[in-house]
Structures are given as C-alpha cells and as structure tokens.
Design a protein around this ligand. Structure first.
Ligand code: Z5A
Length: 209
C-alpha cells in the first residue's frame, strides 16, 4: 500500500466538513490523487447501517453494544471494499471519522469497556490504522450549538451534555498517547483552523520524505 490514510475526527460541530475542504485543497496543491470516505458509511451496506444507527426510534432502545457492533460492521465493509483498494492503487484516502470515533463515543461516551472494544477492534482492523489523524478539539457546548443551528439532530446528537463531555475526554486521552494524532483547537476561527491543518499536513509530508 503506498497511499496514505488521513482521518478527520472530532465532536459534532467541530468543523470536520470545513477541515476536509482544507485537506482536499492541500492535496490538490500537491497534485496527489485521493478519494474521500465517511464513517459510518461509504459503501452501499455501510450507508444503510449509517441510516439505521442515526435514526431516532421510539420502538426499542438501541443498546450500546449493538451501536458498537454496527459501527464496526460498517467499518470493515469500508476498509475491505474501499479504503484498502484505494491505498493499493497509490491514492490517498481522506476519512471523515474512523476507529477513533468508536473509542471516543462508544468507549468514552457510552462507557463500553476496553475488554469488549479491543477484541472487536483487533478482529476488524488487524493492525490497520491511519497514518495521520487530525483531531478537532472543541468544547461540546460550542460544537452542539453549531450543530443545532444547522438543523434537526439525529439520535446520537440528542444525547445529554455529559455524554459529549465523556466522549471529548476520551478523545483527548487517546490523542495525548498517540503521536499519529494531531490535536487542533477547533474553537479558533475557520481560517486559523485551516492554517493549523495545513501546518500539520506540511509536517507530515516532510516526515515522509
Ligand atoms: N459515531 C459513533 O458514535 N461512533 C463511530 O464509530 C462513528 C460515528 C464512526 C456520525 O455523524 C455520528 O455517528 C456522530 C458520531 C457517531 N454522531 N454524533 N452525534 P456525522 O459524522 O455525520 O455527523 P457529525 O459529527 O454530527 O458531523 P457534523 O455535525 O456535520 O460536524 P462537522 O462536520 O464537524 O461540522 P461542520 O458541518 O463542518 O460544521 C458545523 C457548523 O459549524 C457549520 O455551520 C460550519 O460553518 C460551522 N463552523 C465550522 N467551523 C467553524 C469555526 N471554526 N468557527 C465557527 N463556525 C464554524
């Protein structure tokens, strides 16, 4: 595999869509061929799972464990059918969320133990991981206000503030222990965030060459 897998992560309203524009502009400037993915989603089956898991439902409770397994079912479909084939062609892949989301939301937010998450991760990922993750760090109060201003909230976005605070704490904890994750202050202006993203990409590119 010669392409690189770069992932954008963060709470809702952190500005992932805006960050992806900055990354795609940087790749275009460098003349690097790439494709984009999102999680959950990115294949026909994974998109159906995305719709199911985001749907607000009053007929039954979605358990934390079912939510976790749906995320990984969608992920394995995407990795095997899209991400790895693209990387094998030499293309870069830009991911809107990946495995770190499950560790933060299901591990931190839902409180699922590592004893359950780790075997599932290992079975699905088999050591596969992004070369670079850009984690957009934001206070959930600010992120949720941005998300609310945009329109209707999905099932996960309707969670209590403590859910997002726990999710953020897990993001921060994992990011502090993994050198492939760069934390970016997403509470700055859009231009400042874009500047920090370009710098992180420049540093990454320099380390590669
Ligand atoms: N999830 C999970 O639980 N476990 C998993 O393993 C995975 C996912 C993979 C996926 O939703 C949901 O699934 C998500 C996590 C969960 N649920 N929640 N809750 P998603 O990824 O499709 O949706 P999202 O995270 O909710 O994305 P989002 O709300 O679209 O966030 P965003 O892409 O970061 O936001 P944005 O559209 O770029 O920006 C939001 C608004 O803020 C927009 O109007 C911007 O113009 C504005 N903005 C952006 N940056 C700035 C700055 N710097 N200043 C001011 N305003 C800004």
């Amino acid at each position: 595999m010669s392409g690189k897998f770069i992932v954008i992560e963060g709470l809702e309203g952190a500005g992932k869509s805006t960050a992806i524009s900055a990354v795609t502009q940087w790749l275009n400037d460098k003349g690097i061929a790439f494709s984009q993915t999102r999680e959950p989603g990115g294949t026909a089956l994974a998109e159906e799972l995305r719709t199911l898991v985001k749907q607000v439902r009053d007929d039954e409770k979605v358990t934390a464990e079912a939510e976790l397994l749906i995320m990984y079912a969608a992920r394995v479909q995407l990795i095997d059918n899209v991400i790895k084939p693209e990387l094998n062609k030499g293309n870069w892949v830009i991911g809107d969320r990946h495995d770190l989301s499950s560790r933060a939301y299901q591990g931190g937010g839902r409180g699922i133990s590592d004893e359950l998450i780790e075997p599932v991760r290992n079975a699905v990922l088999k050591g596969f991981k992004p070369e670079l993750t850009l984690y957009l760090d934001i206070d959930p109060k600010i992120g949720l206000a941005r998300a609310r201003a945009r329109g209707e909230l999905d099932r996960i976005e309707l969670e209590e503030l403590t859910f997002f605070e726990n999710t953020r704490a897990k993001y921060q904890q994992i990011a502090s222990q993994d050198e492939s994750i760069v934390s970016i202050n997403a509470m700055q202006t859009i231009d400042e965030v874009a500047r920090d993203i370009r710098k992180a990409l420049d540093d990454f590119y320099q380390c590669m060459s």
